[in-house]
Design a protein. Structure first.
Length: 553
């Protein structure tokens, strides 16, 4: 693989993502705030792990929302937790994260290593969530007043990397939601879900042996149902839930929005949220691979484990599974997240997000905000095994690689009409980066807008270098800047104000900020830059996205 030497500023983009499980249980208990409250959830009595005296909020950390996915529950759909004796406060756990692995192309590029070691808190017993609740909201939870809105964070990471506190703890969002005394504030929830082979094996062969395809997505669904059932006990309103996620997290939200069952009356299924913020909605691949492909991937994984079926895999040690998962993920092709991904299971995932939107299989009552970064394609382009700067690179062949069923006419149209060299400075690299941005991320945001008659709010993150994932540190900014991480606090605070306004009021435009527009027929977006904020649109990209929205091979 060709490696590009990057400056310290760019390397810092993934510094938070790389620091897996480094954040301790937070906030610490304030000795002057006695006693820490306990919430009876029926199956467990959960005591707050701490109180933040500065932010004036409680943190209920590591609340079990499912049974540990081990033994017979390994590779299975998550099950609601059983009764847990005693009072739990989450402090006996070192912020558990689900087992994960890094593709070599990603770790070499950003971390100068070909192998990321296992983190000390990685464990299969990882299905926990955190609840951060402002003191004023918690204290009035038993009263007759209005319940508070809830903001739920779902992390991305290509379905192989991530954790609920890996990129921040939500305290900045809490602070912005309570900055105005007239605002009620929000409750912040962050959840874990299974990654890699532990949560994203798929295919009919896997399911016939008792495995649950998209188990990681089902983990998320169970956590969202937990919010519906329990957030009222913390002062939250289950009818005012906003989900927010980036990349694979946003793609997951899209799948929850369009989930269904063959022959099922979709209108009768309740969506477990009322609003959604999609940040760089990345579907992982432009089209969901075939069942045969997932079956091959499943059997290849069994061979790596040196077993012949799922029952034998369930009997292996966690370490054996971790190593096999790592070996599989590390060899992902450059710029790609491939083996462990969304698969059509016939019961929850029926296709990609566009399939669900085009079929009308989505909740039209969900209020929506979409976004993407100005240079989404860069990360997925310079890391390709054969980069576009190479003499061996062929753009039509690359398109065929991503869309194996595409016809020669389609390949010709995509290469010569949609992404001609003449429109991209005559540079192969430029058109490949534009193409990657569109098919992996940007056009998913456009499709969501179209589904809501272009009346959803929209913004574009253009703070240099405006790469994929850069905006996460802004979303979860908590007042601290990590060394080498390019971040402008004023812009981060403004973004958090837009998000929390949306969660509280259904409209991001409060408190005198530059108004964020609805997308409209012109594709209007609020462009966030270091030179100020202004409304922009990209008509050429809109035209390309009209093709991708309906394209299905």
């Amino acid at each position: 693989m060709q490696l590009i030497q990057l400056g310290a500023t760019t390397v810092g983009l993934l510094s938070q993502l790389a620091a897996s499980t480094a954040i301790p249980n937070w906030p610490p208990h304030d000795p002057h705030h006695q006693p820490l409250p306990t919430v009876d959830l029926g199956y467990v009595k959960q005591r707050a792990s701490g109180f933040n005296a500065t932010g004036k909020y409680y943190n209920f950390t590591n609340i079990a929302f499912a049974q540990p996915p081990v033994g017979d529950l390994r590779f299975a759909a998550p099950q609601p937790p059983k009764f847990i004796a005693g009072v739990q406060d989450g402090n006996d756990k070192i912020n558990p994260t689900c087992p994960q692995a890094w593709p070599i192309w990603l770790s070499e590029t950003f971390m100068n290593t070909s192998s990321v070691p296992k983190g000390p808190s990685e464990t299969e017993d990882c299905l926990y969530l955190d609840v951060l609740v402002p003191e004023k909201i918690f204290n009035q939870r038993q009263g007759w007043g209005r319940k508070a809105p809830v903001l739920v964070w779902i992390y991305g990471g290509g379905f192989v990397i991530g954790a609920k506190t890996q990129n921040g703890d939500g305290s900045g969002l809490i602070a912005e939601s309570t900055n105005n005394p007239q605002d009620e504030g929000v409750i912040f929830v962050a959840l874990n879900y299974r990654l890699g082979a532990f949560g994203w094996l798929g295919g009919s062969d896997f399911q016939k042996e008792g495995g649950a395809s998209n188990a990681g997505l089902l983990d998320q669904r169970l956590a969202l149902e937990w919010v519906q059932q329990n957030i009222g006990k913390f002062g939250g309103d289950p009818g005012r839930v906003t989900v927010i996620g980036e990349s694979g997290g946003a793609a997951s939200i899209g799948q929850h929005l369009t989930a269904g069952k063959q022959g099922h009356n979709f209108a009768a299924r309740k969506t477990p949220f009322q609003q959604a913020i999609y940040q760089s909605p990345d579907q992982g691949s432009p089209s969901i691979p075939s069942d045969a492909t997932f079956n091959t991937r499943y059997h290849d994984f069994l061979k790596t484990l040196k077993v012949s079926n799922l029952q034998e895999a369930r009997a292996l040690s966690s370490d054996a599974l971790y190593e096999a998962n790592k070996a599989t993920v590390e060899i992902y092709p450059g710029g790609m997240f491939t083996t462990f991904a969304l698969s059509i299971d016939g019961s929850y995932v029926l296709g990609n997000i566009n399939d669900g939107l085009n079929a009308g299989r989505y909740d039209r009552n969900v209020k929506t905000m979409t976004s993407y970064n100005a240079d989404e394609g860069e990360l997925f382009t310079f890391t390709l095994d054969t980069p576009p700067t190479s003499d061996n690179f062929s753009f039509p062949a690359y398109v065929k690689f991503l869309y194996p069923s595409a016809s020669p006419n389609d390949i010709n149209h995509i290469s010569n009409d949609l992404y001609p060299l003449s429109a991209n400075s005559g540079q192969e690299y430029d058109r490949t980066s534009t193409f990657n941005a569109d098919v992996f991320i940007v056009c998913n945001a456009y499709a969501l807008q179209n589904a809501y008659n272009n009346q959803a709010f929209a913004y574009e993150f253009s703070v240099p270098p405006a790469w994929h994932i850069q905006d996460i540190s802004y979303t979860l900014f908590n007042g601290h800047i990590s060394p080498g991480l390019p971040l402008i606090p004023a812009i981060a605070v403004d973004m958090q104000t837009y998000f929390t306004n949306f969660a509280m009021h259904g409209n991001p435009n409060q408190r005198g900020l530059t108004a964020m527009p609805v997308f409209g027929n012109q594709g209007n977006m609020l462009n966030l830059t270091t030179d100020g904020y202004k409304v922009v649109n990209e008509p050429a990209r809109m035209e390309r996205c009209k093709f991708w929205e309906k394209y299905n091979v």
